[in-house]
Design a protein around this ligand. Structure first.
Ligand code: UDP
Length: 339
């Protein structure tokens, strides 16, 4: 492998693996660190036989542990490592908190040593259950620091704090993006997030599990749009934060109806209790992204869902999917098939 310029933590994950594809396609060399707790080497397996193979490498590593001393020279670090599904991260709250704090600290230390620029994948969850709508970057949020989502929300908030502190103290270049509900192919079928849950349930003819009354809203951003935003932000001259999300807002019930229509499924809709602290509304104000990055989402929910449904239809073992509560033991996913 030639000297890698871009390091992607969490690069075997849903978003990270798409980012790797784009970086490689535009000629960059890429090194991935991933512990396979929610990512999987199969997301990158197609690279093994590709012409880009000699510009890509993958190491199994938990970012909260001391980082390998023999990293090749790095120019850019995309810090994506962190579970993003509430169902998953609430089962691993300590490790989730550590990933956004200790893991980021290691990443920033590597950025300082290598003189690299670091992009931090933050989240709309820093706004908590927002009292302002839509959410602009100036809104400071409404987060319960003690609730079951706090390991993720507060972890990502302190990660933003640490990026700016590190920048002020060490001069390291940082970029911060706040991502709003990305979805698309390579979401894991048992991930627990709403899009993968509904698509899998619809394809299997099982009831779609709507939490609460289904009137809570989200703004779903197709993965290609999100990745384009990440690349533009990394290349930009501003630290951020910048919201990256699709400003078209849907209720969870509307999402369920779209999934039923696009799959042709006759599944029923089944109500389940609303999880604690579940945000009632979420929609990004993307004026900053439009202005600074000339970025706005290009893929409609309908088109994005068609791609996502096609992906899940092609998965060979959809019927064998375990519920999210039992499939996510990190050791069960640990793998020696490292590229
Ligand atoms: N949700 C749902 N059914 C599911 C999974 C999620 O109704 O099977 C709801 C959840 O309560 C939330 C929204 O869908 O209001 C988005 O949940 P997700 O876990 O995808 O991400 P969040 O935006 O909450 O981080």
């Amino acid at each position: 492998m030639t000297a890698p310029l871009a390091l992607v933590t969490g690069g075997a994950g849903f978003l990270g693996s798409h980012l790797c594809d784009r970086l490689l396609a535009r000629g960059e060399s890429v090194l991935v660190l991933d512990d396979f707790s929610t990512g999987h080497a199969s997301h990158l397996a197609h690279l093994a036989d590709s012409p880009q193979r000699d510009r890509f490498s993958l190491r199994q590593h938990d970012v909260t542990q001391p980082w390998p001393a023999d990293l090749p020279p790095l120019r850019r670090i995309y810090n994506l490592a962190c579970p993003a599904s509430p169902a998953y991260y609430q089962q691993h709250p300590v490790q989730t908190t550590l990933t956004s704090t200790l893991g980021l600290w290691h990443a920033l230390e590597a950025a300082r040593r290598h003189g690299a620029r670091l992009l931090q994948a933050s989240t709309s969850e820093v706004y908590g259950d927002p009292e302002e709508h839509p959410q602009a970057e100036t809104y400071r949020g409404h987060v319960n620091p003690l609730g079951p989502r706090a390991c993720y929300d507060e972890g990502k908030r302190v990660a933003e704090t640490m990026c700016m502190a590190w920048h002020r103290e060490h001069g390291t270049e940082v970029r911060i993006v706040r991502l709003f509900n990305s979805y698309g192919p390579r979401l894991r079928p048992g991930d627990g997030r709403v899009v993968s849950n509904f698509v899998v349930q619809a394809l299997r003819g099982e009831p779609l599990t709507v939490y609460g009354d289904g009137r809570q809203t989200r703004s779903f951003c197709y993965v290609d749009d999100t990745v384009e935003g990440l690349l533009r932000m990394m290349d930009s001259a501003i630290e951020g934060p910048i919201n990256l999300g699709n400003p078209v807002e849907y209720s969870v019930l509307e999402l369920a109806e779209q999934v039923l229509r696009l799959t042709g499924s006759r599944s029923a809709i089944e109500r389940r209790p609303l999880p604690p602290d579940d945000p009632k509304r979420r929609r990004p104000d993307i004026a900053r992204a439009r202005h600074h990055l000339l970025w706005s989402p290009q893929v409609s929910l309908e088109d994005g869902l068609r791609e996502t449904i096609g992906y899940f239809r092609r998965l060979p073992d959809l019927d064998g999917v375990q519920p999210f509560s039992t499939m996510n033991d990190p050791m069960a996913n640990a793998s020696s098939e490292v590229l």
